[in-house]
Design a protein around this ligand. Sequence first.
Ligand code: 5GP
Ligand code: MG
Length: 184
Amino acid sequence: MADVLKKVLLEPSEISGRVSEMAGAISRDYAGREILVIGVLKGAFVFMADLIRALSIPCQTDFIRAASYGAGTESSGKIAITKDIEMDVAGRDVLVVEDILDSGLTLRYIVDALKLRNPRSVKVCAFLDKRKRRKVHFEADYVGYTMEDGFVVGYGLDFNEQYRFLPGVYVLDPAPEGEKEANE
Ligand code: 5GP
Ligand code: MG
């Protein structure tokens, strides 16, 4: 394991238990209905794959991708949809699945855009929620874990496209103390 990933936030076994609980809650809430699950690329694909396989209601799936213009790990506020869904949401019960909810800007934009297309309902399921970092008011309907500030990778989440494949979630420390000194 790379030095930058020493701190495990969530073990794979813990994640699978929590994802099953979330799928149970979703299945109960939508009992007797079929949902359209829309994953927010790229980060949500691992979580979404586990979540839909734990549902006990039927679902269809699609994907959307949004980009925020700005450098680094912070959303700038300017969001655009760079890959749209291919299905019609009109009259559908839509569940948007996101890896991590941070400022809220991305999901606010996606949910508002989807609502203009006349779905029957839109709810949001986020695996992680950094509640204290919101820039706009936004509440997810289903949250796996709330977390404090800090940058995490694994379980679909990346840093410069690395680490998505890791089965657990790790706190990324891009410049551990020892390395900082060694590099100086
Ligand atoms: P926001 O809610 O600020 O608009 O954006 C949320 C998006 O920022 C997430 O979907 C994710 O792509 C990215 N993000 C926010 N916090 C983290 C983090 O701790 N790790 C990773 N890998 N991505 C993050
Ligand atoms: Mg994302």
